[in-house]
Design a protein around this ligand. Structure first.
Ligand code: CA
Length: 226
């Protein structure tokens, strides 16, 4: 996470300090906010490259902070949620958060998520991308696996494109359905299950142990960019 500037928004000072220590140990510059108002002010002032945001804040709901932020910024946002707050987590992802960590979490997990999002934010817009043995050329619309061409249907290609351009992010079932099949299909979870299964058969070396298209149980999918 070399030299990234990170805004940490959390009202519990102990957790804030834990996150600061972890990020500074990895070379980041950290700004701290203990409530929503300070978070939005610091985000505007410092243009951080990453925001780590607790959903339970004293002055406003974290989801509202994401909506405010998304009105003018595309900065990656990792939310912190309590295990009990499952609905809030999905609402926050649909509002534009990129990933989540469930408390309590470890330093390794925090840094891995932060690195994945910063790598995506810094590397976006390339026409040719590769993940392990998979290579995708967006300008030619071709995919190869270990050098061999992979033939996708138009829907499979659209789904893969949405996953890959958001590599490292968690995409909810709802947002994938909206982007691939359109706003009228957001409740058609079975489409997604069928197409994820067929895409995995084509791009994973073992569809039963996927390394690229990862399942986020009860939430959605994530394309791994490690
Ligand atoms: Ca809190």
């Amino acid at each position: 996470v070399n030299a990234a500037s990170v805004l940490v928004v959390e009202d519990e000072s102990q957790i804030r300090r834990f996150i600061r220590t972890a990020l500074e140990g990895d070379g980041c510059t950290v700004h701290e906010a203990a409530n929503a108002a300070a978070a939005l002010a610091l985000a505007a002032e410092n243009s951080p490259e990453l925001v780590i945001l607790d959903l339970g804040l004293p002055d406003r709901d974290g989801v509202e902070v994401i909506r405010d932020l998304r009105a003018w910024s595309r900065v990656p946002v990792i939310i912190l949620s309590a295990r009990a707050a499952e609905d809030g987590k999905i609402e926050a992802l649909d509002a534009g958060a990129d990933d989540y960590l469930t408390k309590p979490f470890g330093v390794g997990e925090l840094l891995a998520r932060a690195r994945a999002l910063l790598r995506r934010a810094r590397g976006n817009g390339a026409a040719l991308v590769s993940f392990g043995d998979i290579e995708i050329d967006f300008s030619l619309r071709t995919i190869t696996r270990a050098g061999e061409p992979v033939h996708l249907t138009p829907t499979e290609y659209r789904l893969l494109t949405v996953l890959v351009t958001n590599a490292g992010r968690v995409l909810t079932h709802r947002s994938l359905l909206k982007h691939v099949w359109g706003p009228g299909s957001v409740d058609s979870n079975h489409y997604l299950r069928i197409y994820v299964a067929s895409l995995r058969r084509k791009i994973e070396s073992d569809a039963a142990q996927p390394q690229h298209i990862l399942t986020e149980a009860g939430v959605g999918y994530r394309f791994a960019n490690e």
